[in-house]
Design a protein around this ligand. Sequence first.
Ligand SMILES: [Zn+2]
Length: 200
Amino acid sequence: MRCLMCDRTITEESLADFFRETDVLCTECRSKWKRIGRRTRFAGVPAFLLYEYNEAFSDCLIQFKECKDEALKPVFLYPDRRRLRWMFRGRTLLLLPSSREKREERGFSHLREMFEILRLPMMEPFEKREDRNQKQSSRKDRLKMERNLVLRSDASIPKKVVLADDVITTGATMRGALACLPRDCDVMVFACALTPGKEK
Ligand SMILES: [Zn+2]
């Protein structure tokens, strides 16, 4: 088996490696990703985050998303797939939106590809509000950030959900999605990576 990033052969060096869960990246490539891998909270909601967003993670994500290298789709969740399936059992994944232009440009939903390994129900119920007014006061900007997403008119949100994204950068999109959900919704937040310093 070959590493999906560097194409080196993945070898089992010891008996422990033989029994360990196989990975689709070699140890060297995987070790460049800085793991968080724990339960935390984001905007007051239970959250689970896998990695810190660093250069190695970013390189891989760009290769997958922008260069449409679909072979890379398992690298993000493969080692954690069983744990995540268990943690999110009974929930529907609500995938956060990209802007329409990005989606049309790419021609594929990279989040669907990334999360399909979890074999959980998935929905894309949100739409990004496109910027209408360039000149906004800072207060208006803040309000706009909080309402940067809207629910599609035909979206019916299940009771138990996971808001799922590839990266939490500023957190504005995730907060926007949280603000769209019904009050009685049982929600968790999941992101493959988090920009350092954004946890709360
Ligand atoms: Zn490698």
